[in-house]
Design a binder for this molecule. Structure first.
Ligand SMILES: Cc1cc2nc3c(=O)[nH]c(=O)nc-3n(C[C@H](O)[C@H](O)[C@H](O)COP(=O)(O)OP(=O)(O)OC[C@H]3O[C@@H](n4cnc5c(N)ncnc54)[C@H](O)[C@@H]3O)c2cc1C
Length: 382
């Protein structure tokens, strides 16, 4: 096995690091955390710097990168800005890959070039108040009426809904009692009549709001079905296509977040003195840092290895779920260790460590909870 990054990948990593140092350094994210205001120009700058194009074919304006390239983007962005990485994940990794892999030719030609230029944003609405891990229990429906479909129901936690142009919405298009249920994915224009969108106050990341979205007789046509009319009732198969991209990139974002925490803890431990010496000279602190560095090494190899498997066409859903499970749990653990190293300062809003801890919790749910990853992994072992 050979995992050396290419010269281009090293250059990509450096380019994103330089961009982040310029456009979204850690204190920029702190100000977003305090204001809760969406940074529209940051998204535009990410597009202008070409980061949105990386994993797409040249015919849509992409630069033909592979999954390891988007893993590197997610890792670097997450090390600097939680808002930037979640805008990237929702638009490019969830919505963009869904349209690329499952859209009709006309949907791809119409939507992807605009997405890559930063002219369009998307959000993805699967979760509902009563349907989270059990996605098959959704109730939001689209019923035929003449040439149209009328959507009714409520989605929950739809990230970016207030700032998106389209809400990619998973709906029932068959009877609720049917098994298996007929589901479809609709590309719903966000300005449609009958939509109401309300941000849900959350623990972190309020600058990129996650929302309740209500649909009251929202009307779409056949051309809004992802993949075209032939995909009516087959949305569940389209959903499977995104799970791998979503989970590997959540793992990568945890890796980036953990690297930043270790860096800041090491700097802090060198400058904070107690008992007449920097706390880094106390063995307990050295061991905590050594544990964090070791955990990060394991996170990196699990994530890169799973990405490498995917890029070479190998079956790797189990490895991707393992990477997502391990990296999200480990990021949370590393953030808690960081709080301990910072002592009382970790608890102060003047330091970033409390924000890193709050942010770490999302990765435990995004792309499916830890328990759901374990259920999937266990199925491969049985
Ligand atoms: C900030 C944020 C942003 C989000 N953004 C989006 C988005 O953009 N679009 C979207 O569609 N969704 C989004 N989500 C929703 C996210 O995908 C769900 O939170 C996640 O799938 C879990 O669903 P749930 O929260 O309803 O928990 P539940 O499914 O109710 O789970 C509650 C607990 O029960 C456990 N559990 C449930 N079933 C099982 C089982 N079979 N075996 C073992 N344990 C089980 C879970 O692991 C968890 O511990 C977001 C969530 C958050 C917090």
């Amino acid at each position: 096995m050979f995992f050396e990054l290419s010269a281009e990948q090293h250059a990509l990593r450096q380019k994103i690091a330089d961009f982040c140092a310029r456009e979204c350094p850690p204190d920029f994210e702190t100000s977003l955390d305090q204001s809760g205001v969406f940074p529209g120009d940051l998204y535009r700058k990410m597009a202008d710097n070409g980061f949105l194009r990386i994993s797409f074919p040249a015919e849509y304006g992409g630069t033909e990168g592979n999954i390891l390239d988007i893993v590197l983007v997610a890792e670097q962005l997450a090390g600097n800005s939680y808002t930037a990485v979640y805008m990237y994940l929702v638009n490019i990794v969830f919505a963009g890959s869904l349209i690329l892999n499952c859209g009709s030719d006309s949907q791809k030609k119409e939507l992807i070039p605009k997405l890559l230029k930063g002219d369009l944003q998307f959000s993805f609405a699967l979760t509902e108040p009563e349907a989270g891990s059990d996605a098959r229990s959704i109730k939001t429906s689209a019923t035929p009426q003449g040439d149209c479909y009328l959507i009714n129901g409520t989605k929950y936690w739809t990230s970016g809904a207030t700032v998106s142009d389209y809400i990619i919405t998973v709906v029932l298009t068959g009877l609720e009692a049917e098994s298996p249920k007929a589901m479809s994915i609709l590309i719903v224009p966000a300005e449609s009549e009958g939509l109401s969108i309300t941000p849900i106050p959350k623990l972190a990341g309020n600058a990129y709001p996650s929302c309740e979205v209500k649909y009251r007789n929202v009307s779409v046509t056949e051309e809004h079905i992802l993949g075209g009319p032939a995909w009516l009732n087959n949305g569940i198969f389209q959903l499977f296509q995104t799970a791998e991209y979503e989970r590997i990139c959540v793992a990568a974002s945890c890796l980036g977040g953990a690297e930043t925490i270790l860096k800041e803890c090491t700097e802090f431990a060198k400058t904070r003195h107690q008992f007449d010496k920097p706390i880094i000279k106390h063995q307990a602190i050295q061991h905590a840092l050594a544990d964090m560095a070791t955990q990060i090494e394991a996170m990196r190899w699990m994530t890169y290895h799973a990405a490498w498997m995917k890029s070479t066409g190998k079956d790797c859903f189990k490895e991707i779920c393992m990477a997502k499970l391990f990296c999200s749990e480990t990021l949370n653990d590393i953030a808690r260790k960081g709080m301990q190293i910072f002592g009382g300062r970790g608890y102060s809003m003047e330091y970033r460590m409390q924000r890193y801890l709050r942010e770490s919790y999302l990765s435990l749910y995004a792309g499916g909870t830890s328990e759901i990853q374990k259920n999937v992994i266990a199925r491969f072992l049985a």
